[in-house]
Design a protein around this ligand. Structure first.
Ligand SMILES: *Cc1c(COP(=O)(O)O)cnc(C)c1O
Length: 360
């Protein structure tokens, strides 16, 4: 192997985080593996969780079929359901579960010729106003689907817009509306995403749906007791491939946007935005060089970025640089790039993926 940009994926940490989610929730938990398992590799993550996870969640049938082709037999929920009724035969054939979140999907399902009834998660818009049936149409859709014989099992679900705000009145309102709309209806319930699961015990129900926490990242901006027990699954690292000694007031990198504030030693690291490191990460974004804290300096380029070695005289050519992992929290990098860890992790690519802690 030549280029040293590496994403180490610790599957034992993924299993640890899943077990923690299950313990906190107290009931079944679906593991969200959409978007290539938030950038970690959907197939190896599904294999690591198989026999442990109660089911998996993906965005679309393509992602589900990739898991089925890899031998995953656990339940797989299509979190956006189907995009076209022509997918329904494959959904039935591969025993996929599907979300129904819009009136057109209800109608298409009622009109479909199915070889067998389907397992449906009927989604209510309880206030996020993205997908989900309106409160006024929810009970009628539930009744029509049950009466049609096209549905073998129904789970009643909704999704929170602001559960990462630990005292959001909006979340209490969503819970109350869900309660009111589903009162007396048959079927299991599913409400909590990671922030719901970690921070809103009132949102615990038959099925949790955990994503970001499984990958060891907290959804909360502030510290949280459960977050302390999460283990980061990904460690992104590379090496110093060049060192420059610069006087004060010398520009570094494209645009000359950063000037050295003092006589400086700058390390050039073989990892850039084409590997998923955010280009807009600011000067001062934390990195760890041979385990010691330092910072990004200068603009990130496609294949390289530059870090400050001035206070680390023992570091130089060949030093190992952690961009995020156990030492540098991915949330800090995300905050420095004005985004969330979800987006940072999803974007990782090109770096060489190495898997650890898989099952024998
Ligand atoms: C992705 C997803 C989740 C997981 O969300 P996290 O915040 O990552 O835990 C839960 N529910 C649905 C419907 C999703 O699409």
């Amino acid at each position: 192997m030549s280029r040293p940009a590496i994403a180490d994926i610790h599957l034992d940490h993924l299993r640890h985080n899943y077990q923690l989610a299950r313990r906190v929730h107290g009931h079944r938990v679906l593991a969200a593996l959409k978007a290539n398992a938030y950038g970690h590799g959907a197939v190896p993550c599904a294999q690591a969780l198989s026999g442990l996870a109660d089911g998996f969640g993906v965005a679309a049938i393509e992602e589900a079929l990739e898991l089925r082709a890899a031998g995953i037999t656990a339940p797989i929920l299509l979190l956006e359901g189907f995009f076209d009724a022509s997918e329904l035969p494959l959904i039935a054939q591969h025993k996929l579960w599907l979300t129904v979140h819009h009136r057109w999907q209800v109608d298409a399902l009622l009109a479909a010729e199915l070889s067998q009834p389907l397992h449906v998660w009927l989604k209510l818009d309880s206030g996020m106003h993205r997908v989900g049936l309106d409160p006024q149409e929810y009970r009628a859709a539930h009744a029509a689907l049950l009466a049609s014989g096209k549905v073998s099992e129904m789970v009643l679900m909704s999704h929170f817009a602001r559960a990462d705000e630990l005292d959001a009145e909006a979340t209490r309102q969503q819970l109350a509306l869900f309660q009111q709309c589903t009162e007396g209806l048959s079927g299991a319930r599913s409400l909590a995403n990671s922030p719901g699961l970690m921070g809103w015990p009132a949102a615990h129900s038959d099925w949790g749906r955990a994503g970001i926490m499984l990958y060891g990242s907290t959804p909360f901006p502030q510290s949280h007791p459960i977050a302390n027990d999460l283990k980061p699954v990904m460690r992104l690292s590379s090496k110093v491939i060049g060192v420059r000694e610069l006087a004060a007031n010398e520009p570094i990198g494209y645009g000359g946007a950063t000037l050295t504030s003092r006589p400086s030693r700058i390390g050039v690291v073989a990892l850039g935005y084409a590997d998923g490191y955010p280009r807009i990460a600011r000067n001062g974004t934390p990195v760890a060089i041979d385990g010691q804290h330092s910072q990004l300096l200068g603009r990130v380029s496609m294949d390289m970025l530059t870090v400050d070695l001035t206070d680390l005289p023992a570091c130089g050519l060949g030093s190992e640089v952690e961009l995020w992992g156990p030492t540098v929290r991915v949330e800090q990098v995300a905050a420095s790039a004005q985004t969330i860890s979800y987006e940072i992790l999803c974007n990782v690519k090109r770096a060489h993926f190495r898997y650890h802690g898989g099952k024998a």
